[in-house]
Design a protein around this ligand. Sequence first.
Ligand code: NI
Length: 385
Amino acid sequence: MPVIDRIAEYADELTALRRDFHEHPELGMQEVRTSGIVATLLREWGIETHTGIGKTGVVGVLHGKAQGRSIGLRADMDALPIEERTNLPFASKTPGVMHACGHDSHTTMLLGAARYLAETRDFDGTAIFIFQPAEEGLGGARAMLADGLFDRFPCDEIYGMHNWPNGEPGKVGVKPGEAMAGADFFDIHIRAFGSHAAMPHMSKDPIIIATALVAQLQTVVSRNVAPTEPLVLSVTQIHAGAAYNVIPSECTISGTMRYFDPEVARMVRGRIHDLAAGMASAYGVEIEVENREIFDVLVNDETLSHAMLAVAAEVVGKDNTVVTPDVKTGSEDFADMLRVIPGAYCTVGHAGTVPLHNDGFILDDDILPVGASIYARLIETRTAA
Ligand code: NI
């Protein structure tokens, strides 16, 4: 793989940096140490650096040797509330927090590109390095946008990438058009009436109501939407009770919806409300539905998707680039930025095979110079386009 030589020369430093981030993971909006290191390095390399954008977000601005276009590159910095079980020598030192989605590598790859571009400046226009907090459902992209990200740092195009543990090192994929699902998170609070478990007739049992409601929720996808429409409604949490002999007073059901068609999403939100209201009326209890629209549908610009693949091909070879055929039902808050500025988001395959968000996830550090080279070539190519 023709990784950029200058970047290959400091690949070991990138690995050390990535492992340091890995050892010290931080949850969304708490990336104080991580963003501090990012800002320090950017400044060390002579890059104009702005901190505190979207709370812990950092933006670096680097001008090339002549007038040209502005291209934004974005990496996320946050970790997940997972207890790491990899036994790596550089495993998380923070209990209950782990870089299980490899955002440590994304931050490192973007830093790797920034260093190279600051040293070489062999491009026209402006490179905007966007280090985003809180990608994992905590609204980091929206926080940066609310702080005027693209008003203060206008971009003509933006690009992002995600490591992909598919056991195919250097395989780069982009899905033009709709690529990743929009997502809602919901909580359904059932306020019923508890009793002694031996006298259930005295209660309005929220557990019976909750289990019935979960079963009804399964009909939303299977009986309201065409089988050809990609849609997911998953209940992922039920919380109630604390004793063997007590029927609790309350129960909370939580979960997520993943969709591509906003009309379908609106219908699903309505069905959840209607089913909850029907249950409340049938059992004489109070049921409140709280729904939060967390992620937009991620839409890659068709033309820029192919532009990104062409640039990636220079690094990994044409045979290693692929137009991803299927949408992913996972979500990604880079979608919010792509609503404002056209761009594309790719996956970069690596030798790891444990899935993302698993407590045994292991990132392949060989991906670091590859991602950094793709980012760097995007600036050198697209600022002049
Ligand atoms: Ni991720």
